[in-house]
Design a protein around this ligand. Sequence first.
Ligand code: AMP
Length: 397
Amino acid sequence: MNILVINCGSSSLKYQLLNMNDESVLASGLVERIGIEGAQLKHEIPGHDKEVIKTPMKDHKEALGHVLDAITHEKYGAIKELKEINAIGHRVVHAGEKYAASVIIDEKVIKALEECIELAPLHNPPNLMGIEAMQELLPGVPNVGVFDTAFHQTMPASSYIYALPYELYEKYGVRRYGFHGTSHRYVSQRAADMLGKDIKDLKLVTCHLGNGASLAAVQGGKVMATSMGFTPLEGLVMGTRCGDIDPAIVTFIMNKEGLTPQEADNLLNKQSGVLGISGVSSDFRDIENAAAEGNERAQLALDAFDQRVTQYIAAYAAVMGGVDAVIFTAGLGENSIDNRQAICKPLAFMGIEVDPAKNNIRGKDTVVSTDSSKVKVLVVPTNEELMIARDTLELVK
Ligand code: AMP
């Protein structure tokens, strides 16, 4: 059974074709600059050089047509015919309160996702374009929606309600939704496998630390709390997003600087985070280099980031009444040896002890805590595509 996984952004899309008999990747790639001059498709078959196809692509349907051509190309394709694609899994950002698990897409699901556009105006429209394009390009092949918000739907109301007038939740759905759900679900399942335990018996804190970053408290396989909120702006300090701030700061700055709501939104989402504090970059590698050269604001950005993660881990252990394992994933979580060490160091009082030698790894499934550490610490590279393909297989088989 071959499954095509698609992740559509506003002007780009990523894809992976997986053979689910052994979960191997047959082909993967990225289309950039859809609808813009200079569109290109980078296509890769494992073990071969990347193929770069430069051609105008006016919309997602045209881009996906080129993806299907590449996948079946006689020289650099992975399969001979399109009928070897048995199902398509789509990453969809927002399903609001409508879906707590992945679903086979039909007209009712599309309507529900259209109703969520208001909650994710930048993400759901391109996700929907990808679904509609695949329905036209491969008629009769089932499409499955896998939602970033779904895993977090198990949160109790006390975790998702904001202390605002309750009518705002009822009228507009203003509540915490949480994001990165597919990643939190994948790494929590993988961690349970690595620990040889049933996920139902575990209390986990999953730390997805990339350019966007979020934590989740996962108890018995269910999310009890997560740090991103109504939008992905809340919670941790991120690459360019501010995370938790006093909401009164927003109106204060708008008044002082004469900002429109759009400009304020841009400042909080694009000019803040470690970029805003350091003034150096949103990329942690640049900031680490600047800090090593003595740049104090770069060091301050790293310290502020680490402290926020530390605080959340301790808070989530309290929410669950304990914690068995802390899991690090995504670009920074998988690769930054120093940040993992700095985040965990103050948590020694809770029985969290990172082994410096074991922690000296990047991007590999590993237990990095000491043998005597009461709480296990793990690095688990995330694999959202595989999770999407597994859900798709489960629903269509
Ligand atoms: P992601 O959003 O998951 O792709 O993560 C991207 C971020 O991971 C980048 O912005 C970097 O800040 C961070 N990152 C990736 N590799 C490293 C590394 N070797 N050391 C520190 N940070 C890294």
